[in-house]
Design a protein around this ligand. Structure first.
Ligand code: ATP
Ligand code: MG
Length: 379
């Protein structure tokens, strides 16, 4: 069964029990654009406890917003009670959300016309001209962009990331509002901005979106993002192929090792971005191939638009890790080496084996180790 068919099953079950349910949000947008989405969200007139009673496998994943995750055959679907949002006094979060409203009100709170459609029984419910805007390839807010960005400034970043993902154009009034209200992004949690920015960077039209960001002055409200940095990233011939490679380009062109810190990314992403930025600087040699994980090397080739040679380059090395070296700490101790000396000697032997300056043979390495210790004045 496709995800779409599972979603239909959920809708039918809800309807048999007197509720209404629709596919909503990004899934409807993607469907109208001609693709079958695999991440499908549903909205329903039923309250969360009623949804949970209907589906034996359901988890209250966001109960304060009315969201229950229903699991069918191991496939999860977010089912959210129709809701409207109260006033936003802080440009970030609504003061309260109200459950138990109509579909129309639920659609009214959504950000863009293309994201504010619903689907049910083969029909698209399109109250704000979402299909028209998709045809025109225009991103437009539901209602006044000044009001909608005033409520939640993250929507400015979302508009730019959809622009990049879909290669769409921002509606003129939306551009004006983004430019006037961009400063409100400074009140939004960095993690939320970073997630949208990552999606922007890996979108096919990321250069257009970065360009638009500068034109509207939005970049000035993001940490460490100067106009010069934006230009350099756009002029770089490498392309972000995932979040880490996107951050790597900024890191590389910023010439500032700590540039990524205020963006609050995970340690794993930071590490990979640093490694990639370094590779952009140095290029590949045997030692960097040896020291870099295969998946990171693969990303490096892809961001350079080259054939992915990560596997073959890794395999062409004499050893894959220190463990394969035919000489270890214990052998070094037997030759009378100690502490720091062992560390330096192993690193040196390892490097010379990787560079094929000598073979990875026990006896050869032992002789070489003796000579090394003599030179170091240890024995
Ligand atoms: P993606 O395919 O990238 O997940 P999406 O449209 O599903 O895109 P989500 O962030 O998953 O985006 O949000 C789901 C839906 O919730 C959106 O389509 C939109 O209707 C609504 N939405 C999300 N964030 C906001 C927001 N900040 N303000 C208003 N509506 C929002
Ligand atoms: Mg989504």
């Amino acid at each position: 069964m496709t995800e779409w068919e599972y979603a239909k099953q959920i809708i039918e079950t809800i309807e048999r029990h007197g509720g209404e349910a629709y596919i909503v949000g990004g899934a409807v947008r993607d469907y109208v654009l001609g693709s079958l989405p695999d991440d499908i969200d549903l909205a329903t007139s039923l309250f969360p406890e009623d949804v949970m009673a209907l589906f034996p496998k359901s988890v209250p994943t966001g109960i304060e917003h009315g969201t229950v995750t229903v699991i069918i055959d191991h496939h999860p679907f977010e089912v959210t009670t129709f809701r409207s949002e109260g006033a936003y006094s802080d440009s970030r979060r609504p003061d309260h959300v109200a459950l138990g409203v109509s579909l129309e009100e639920d659609l009214l709170r959504r950000d863009f016309t293309m994201n504010a459609m619903a689907f049910h029984d083969g029909q698209v419910v399109d109250l704000f001209g979402g299909q028209h805007d998709l045809e025109e390839r225009i991103i437009r807010t539901v209602g006044s962009p000044f009001e909608r960005f005033g409520e939640d400034a993250l929507r400015i970043m979302r508009a730019l990331r959809f622009m990049s993902q879909l290669d769409f154009t921002l509606h003129e009034e939306l551009r004006d509002a983004a430019s006037v209200l961009g400063h409100k992004l400074e009140q939004i949690a960095m993690e939320r901005i970073a997630i949208e920015f990552e999606k922007l960077l890996v979108g096919p039209a990321y250069k257009r979106a970065l360009n638009e960001m500068v034109a509207l002055g939005i970049h000035r409200h993001l940490p460490g993002v100067t106009t010069d940095l934006m230009n350099r990233v756009q002029e770089d011939e490498r392309t972000p192929v995932n979040a880490a490679s996107g951050w790597a380009l900024f890191l590389y062109h910023s010439n500032d090792e700590s540039w990524l810190l205020p963006w609050k990314r995970s340690n794993a992403i930071k590490r990979e971005a640093r490694t990639l930025a370094k590779l952009c600087e140095t290029g590949l040699d045997e030692m960097t191939i040896y020291q870099t994980e295969e998946t990171t090397l693969s990303t490096y080739f892809r961001m350079n638009g080259e054939r992915d040679r990560s596997r073959e380059l890794k395999q062409s090395l004499p050893i894959q890790s220190r463990k394969e070296l035919q000489f270890d700490g214990r052998d070094a101790l037997e030759l009378g080496a100690k502490g720091e000396v062992i560390k330096h000697m192993l690193a040196d032997l390892e490097r010379r084996v990787v560079l094929q300056e000598m073979p990875n043979h026990e006896t050869v390495l032992k002789e070489e180790a003796k000579r090394w210790l003599q030179r170091a004045g240890v024995s």
